[in-house]
Design a protein around this ligand. Structure first.
Ligand SMILES: [Fe+2]
Length: 282
């Protein structure tokens, strides 16, 4: 910890209030306190940025939530008036020379935050999301319901990947939407308005995990929001999730009859994928 020069030096001087010297001592002490707080703050964020760099450069990210929290703190500091003041004081030469302050370099935090975004894009976001979903599903006490939830979410996720690839769309986003699409229903045990409520839950989860940028989050939440509207056509990504859901409903157990509201969509999918299937409706 760097001690600011002069801190505590005035404490032994005796003088009365109202005296100009008293005022200057009080103001000087206050300035010392402010400078000490500033130095502690810079040291704190300097340690955080070094931690993030170290964690980012590790072969495998061990604790995603921890690094995301540190990135969030850095973002908050970088956007604050405190960072602007610390930066300005550094430029004015008011900080101790031996203070480590990479966090105040003009491009320091910005470059690190950009590197983090790139890292997040390059790592398997689907794997990270599946870890989260697995943990949520493992909380289900009924083993049969838990198993069918796992089978359905992973099955729809695989189908979504296949459909998105075939249509030249982002298969990772499609697969992530599929992993979350019925999670609300499984967590609550209710399908009442489950698509809309599921979209809200997905937004909360994606906000917490910070795996996606704003437009990706919107795409995933829109797909979940519309996934139960099988008789209407929505955006291309919405359609990928609806079709993936239908494929799993219709093909996970071929002995089951196909629901009437899913028949046209399934026929169209069979044509798209060159499948010739006999099926019945109920
Ligand atoms: Fe579903």
């Amino acid at each position: 910890m760097i001690q600011h020069a002069g801190r505590g030096m005035r404490s032994g001087i005796e003088c009365k209030s109202g005296d100009k010297r008293y005022l200057s001592i009080v103001l000087g002490s206050r300035m010392d306190d402010i400078r000490s707080e500033q130095i502690e703050r810079i040291e704190k964020y300097e340690a955080i940025i070094r931690d993030v760099e170290r964690m980012m450069n590790a072969d495998e990210i061990q604790d995603l939530a921890a690094i995301q929290e540190k990135v969030r703190l850095l973002e908050e500091y970088y956007e604050s008036d405190l960072w602007k003041k610390d930066f300005a004081d550094d430029e004015a030469g008011l900080l101790p020379k031996d203070l480590k302050r990479g966090v105040l370099s003009e491009d320091g935090i910005y470059n690190m935050l950009e590197a983090w975004k790139e890292k997040m894009k390059s790592m398997s976001r689907l794997k990270e999301l599946r870890k989260y979903v697995d943990a949520e599903l493992n909380k289900m006490e009924d083993a049969d319901k838990r198993n069918s939830a796992i089978v359905h979410l992973y099955g729809v996720s695989l189908a979504a990947t296949m459909i998105a690839k075939k249509r030249g769309m982002d298969s990772e986003i499609a697969s992530m939407a599929a992993m979350l699409h019925d999670l609300h229903a499984y967590k609550t045990g209710s399908y009442d308005d489950h698509a809309h409520k599921g979209a809200e839950l997905a937004r909360e989860i994606l906000g917490e995990l910070k795996l996606t940028d704003e437009s990706e989050t919107e795409m995933i939440c829109s797909a979940i929001y519309h996934h139960d509207d099988k008789l209407v056509v929505d955006s291309p990504m919405d359609e990928v999730l609806k079709d993936a859901d239908v494929i799993h409903h219709c093909m996970n157990d071929m002995s089951k009859e196909i629901k009437e509201k899913e028949q046209a969509r399934f026929e169209s999918l069979c044509k798209e994928f060159g499948l010739s299937l006999l099926f019945t409706t109920k």
